[in-house]
Design a protein. Sequence first.
Length: 350
Amino acid sequence: MPLASSIRFCHPMKRHILLFISIVFMSMIYKECQGQSPEISLREFASGQIKKGVRSIGMGGNGATWGNYSLVWRDSCTALIDGGASSYPNNNIFGFTAVGITTPHLWKGLTIYAIALSQTADNIITTLKSPGLGTEPVQVNGDGANQAVFIKAAMPLGKGFSIGTLISYERSQFDAVAEKGSGNWIRYQTNWRPSGGFGITWQPCKQILVGFRGLFNNDWETRIDNSGTAEGLNLTNEYRLGISIGLWKGALIDLGGNARFRSNQINKTNQENNEPNIGIEQNLLKHHLAIRAGLDESSPTAGFSIRFKPIVVDVAYVHNLGQARFGDLFGTNSDSFLLTLVYKYDTNRK
C-alpha cells in the first residue's frame, strides 16, 4: 500500500499541516548559542528534561506535543521515580533523582502533578571567566547542585483541546576554585523568582496532535569571587510549537521547533536562538513495547518503553545533551541516560 494512502489525516487539516512542517524546518537555520552561567547550565541535565518527560526526550525532545503540560490529565493516578546521569570523557558527571505523583481527576478532568528533584555535580572541571579569577578564562574545579519542585495542572476543554500550567521553584549553586596557583575562587548561586509556564494542545482526530508551550524562568543570580559580589536577573523565555502525525498503525512522527530568549544582567548578554525537534516512535507487541529516535536541537536521541500494567518503564539516551545551549562548557562530548519508572495506582480498587 502506498504510504500516502496509509496516512488518514483529518482532511481539512492537510494544508495547515504542510505549512506547519515548512515552518519547523525553517527553524533549523539558527544562530550559534553562547555559554551561560554554570549553575544555570547544569539544569539542562535534570530539570530541563523533567519538564519534557522521558518519552518525549527519546523522540527528539519536542515538549510541545506529548511532553506538553496540558496532557497531564491523561496520566492521572500515577506515581513515578525519575533518574538520570550524564558523563563526559574528562570525568565530569552529572546525576539527578526525582519523585512525583499525579492525582486522580478532580473536577471536569482537572489533574494535578507534583515532582521534586535533587541534582548533584561533583569535581567538575571547566573554564570560567570572572574579575576575581583574572583577565583571562581560568580552568577551575567545582561542585554544583540544583533543587527544584514543579507543580503542573491540566484539564481537557472539549473538542480535542486541553490546557495546562506549570509553577516551578528552583535554586542552583556552583562553587569552584582555580586549579593553578592563585588560590582564587568563585561561587554562583540563584534565588527564586516567580517562574512557570503554560501549554495548550489540540487533537482534532486520533492521528494528529498540535501543541504550543511557553516557559518562563526567572532567577536572581549572585556571583561572588575574590574581587567582590555581582548580582542581577537571569531570565529565560522559551516557546515551543509542535505537531505529531500518525503514519501507520502504532507509528508517529513528531516535528517541532523552539525559540529561546535569554538575558543575563551580570554578564550583560542577550541571546536569541531557534532550534528544531524531530522524532519518530513505533509501537510493537500490542503497545507493550515502543522504540524511538530523534534529534533534539543538535543532539541525537533514542529510547524505548516497556508497558505491563500497572508498570511502565521509559528509557532515553541523548548524545551531547544541551550542547546547543551551553556549548563545550563542561566538555566536548557527553552521553546521557534517563529512566522513569511509572506505577499506575487504581483508586477504585478495593
